[in-house]
Design a protein. Structure first.
Length: 167
């Protein structure tokens, strides 16, 4: 049975998911325990500085008496913001790595699929508005209305060969 493009991509996603799960990493979480502890620590320090700055500025009537407390409170907000920013960037980096891993696994799975043994094809397909021509079994033309023409005709219309099916 030759896999269809739809089942091929689902199998590739499953394969990429099993590749991504590493021992000691928890498998699904983008953050380590150290990331969680640094987030909690930086938010706690930021909250403590915010409360300290508030208590320093509380009860002071003149602006110049409140400046030092306000500076401490602003420093607390900055510390908490840095902690949250690092937390989000760490998660974003982990998601990007997983996306690349899945894309590589999908491409590897697609390229290693069994190729039907057939005679050399002299006609290729393309749809209206496409800049590349494809083999009839290419994943980019599945379920699309295509026209069949010879290679020379496609190239004279300015189309180039597909980089996936490599006609």
């Amino acid at each position: 049975m030759t896999p269809t493009p739809r089942s091929l991509s689902l199998d590739s996603v499953r394969a990429a998911h099993t590749i991504q799960q590493k021992p000691g990493r928890g498998g699904r979480e983008p953050w380590h325990a150290g990331d969680v502890s640094s987030l909690v620590t930086l938010n706690a320090v930021g909250l403590a500085l915010l409360v300290a700055g508030w208590s320093m500025a509380a009860g002071r009537l003149l602006f110049h008496d409140q400046v030092s407390g306000s500076n401490v409170a602003i420093a607390g907000i900055i510390v908490a913001g840095v902690g949250n920013g690092v937390w989000l960037l760490t998660g974003r980096r982990a998601v990007g790595l997983r996306r690349r891993t899945m894309a590589d696994a999908i491409e590897q799975r697609y390229r290693s699929r069994p190729q039907p043994i057939a005679e050399e094809t002299t006609t290729f397909v393309a749809a209206k508005g496409m800049t590349r021509y494809h083999r009839l079994d290419c994943v980019f033309v599945v379920d699309r209305k295509v026209t069949t023409r010879r290679r020379e005709t496609h190239e004279s219309q300015g189309r180039t060969p597909c980089g996936v099916c490599r006609p």
